[in-house]
Each structure stands twice: as structure tokens, then as C-alpha cells.
Ligand binder design. Sequence first.
Ligand code: 13P
Ligand code: SF4
Length: 316
Amino acid sequence: MLLLNMEITNGHRSAEQQKMVTVIKELKRQRNALILVHNYQDPAMYEIADLIGDSLGLAKAAVNTSAEVIVMCGVRFMAEMVKILNPEKIVILPTMEAGCSLADMATAARLREVKHQHPDAAVVSYVNTSAEIKAFSDVCCTSANAVQVVNSLPQDKVIFLPDRNLGSYVQSKTRKRIILWDGYCFVHDKLDAETLQMMKRRYPGAKVIAHPEAKQELLALTDYVSGTGGMARFAKEDLSENFIIVTECGMTDLLRHEVPEKNFLSFCNVCPYMKSNSLSLVARSLATLRHEITLPEEIIVGAKRALDRMMAIAVK
Ligand code: 13P
Ligand code: SF4
């Protein structure tokens, strides 16, 4: 679904939504809970958020909280990352429908096979992976630090998973040999360079910011490539007035909300996993503590090692 120049939707909250926000705030107080909201979430979620941010930023922020319960309004791999970095806390995902088809494209069985074919290669997994895959990896990376992480490794060969577009982007910036995994995010992979060209012609001078899960030929037409945290920083700091935002549609909603003095045009698709969260599901999750994320101890330890290694290499 392509949405161009969407209208702001967060200005008009219904009475029902307002009631739900009040219920959530009270439950949050009773549970001593922290609510984390990913940058792609629906604007209706902004008012209940203690923090809005990117996947790794949210997981790291949770480390410094005294809250006992953490609700992740995002997708499962993000909630798992919160659990890995905060194993003593109760971590809740409001709906089990919030998976991620990109993360599901990397299975442990396939990774064992690829490792067997390339025993001398390091395994670098993007944070959009399950906790199990992280535990099997030498190191994790985000879209912001992938090149830095790959370049820091002693191995010349790297199995990079699961996103082939981010892997190709890394290959274009490093001398190491990247063994690509055939995974992709359908939300980003469907965005095409021809439509972006058309938008650029229509809005000359607009800065184009894209997520690196988009294809190489599209990224070649952009001014800045980054994960959602970097996109927000660039849009705030850059002095341009007009931007074309190429990623999931919620990013443009957020930028219009946070930076109302600038114009944000959207070239985007909706992620149904992200958008399966809702205020009523958050209220239910706080009332029932469902769905709690639990992971085997050895997976937490292995995945944390890969995440810690990334954080030691890269600050972003
Ligand atoms: P970030 O890690 O940049 O927040 O993005 C998460 C995601 O799901 C991208 O599709
Ligand atoms: Fe997964 Fe893509 Fe949705 Fe991000 S946008 S959660 S990578 S399916």
C-alpha cells in the first residue's frame, strides 16, 4: 500500500481513545510499568508512551528504569531485546500478532548450514532477529552501526543476516566479503526507485531520508540512509524545510508530530505487525500481564554477549 503525503491523524482523539488512555495511565501506575513505543507506532500510542524511539534505543533505555514491568509497543524481536538486556524485569508484548516476517526469515537450522559452508566467516546478525539467532551470532548490529561492526571484525568474510538489502548496503561500504542472507522486509523491499524519482521531480529540493532495508537502487537516490533513530535526528537537525521519508508510514506521522514546523512527505508502506498493537491491547496487557516474554537462560546469555559486543564496538 503506497501512501503519499498522508494527513496528520493524531490531532483528533476520540472519546473512546481518551477513556482508554486514562485507564492505561492508572494501570501503569498500579503496576509500576514503563511503556516503550517504537517510532512506527500509530499516533494514538504517543500519549501513553514513557519513551518513543528506535528498537535498540528503547531496549537500552529500559536498563536504567526502576519499573518492574515493561510494555513494548513494537514487535516481538524488540520485546525480546528488552528482555535480554533486562532479564530480571517482566517484559510484555501486547499482542502475539506483532511478529516480524524479516526476523522469521532467519532460522537456526539454516544458520547452522551456512556456518558449515563458511567455517571461517564471522556471523553478524541485524537486531531484527530472534533471541535464538542472536545467541548463535558472533555479534549483532543495527542499521546505524552495521558497517562499523563489520569493519571491526578480524575475519575477512562475514555471514550477514537476515536482510539482503542492508547486507548489500554494507557490502557497498566495506572491503570485506559479505555472504548475503536471502531475507527482506516486504514493507521496505516493495518501495521502488521509479516512484521515488517521480516524487523527487515533483518536490525538487526536498531531502530524501531512507531506511537501509530499502533496495540499493532506491538508496542511491537518497540524501541520508539510517535506522529510525538516525532518521529522526537528521530530520530535526538538517536545516531543510521539506523531506521525503522512505520507510514505514508511522515514521512520517511521528516527524509531523515532533517537528511541526517542517514538511514531511511520505513514500511508505504500513507494517501490519507494528500496527497490530492498540490502546485496548495495551490496557489488556497491563491488566493481565499478557503476553510475557520468557527466554531460556542460555539464550539470554548468548544473545546478550552478541549485543554487548556490538555496544562495545559502536556507540550508535
Ligand atoms: P529501527 O531498528 O531502525 O528502529 O527499525 C526497526 C524496524 O523494524 C525497521 O523495519
Ligand atoms: Fe519487520 Fe519490516 Fe515490520 Fe520492521 S517494518 S517490523 S522489519 S516487517
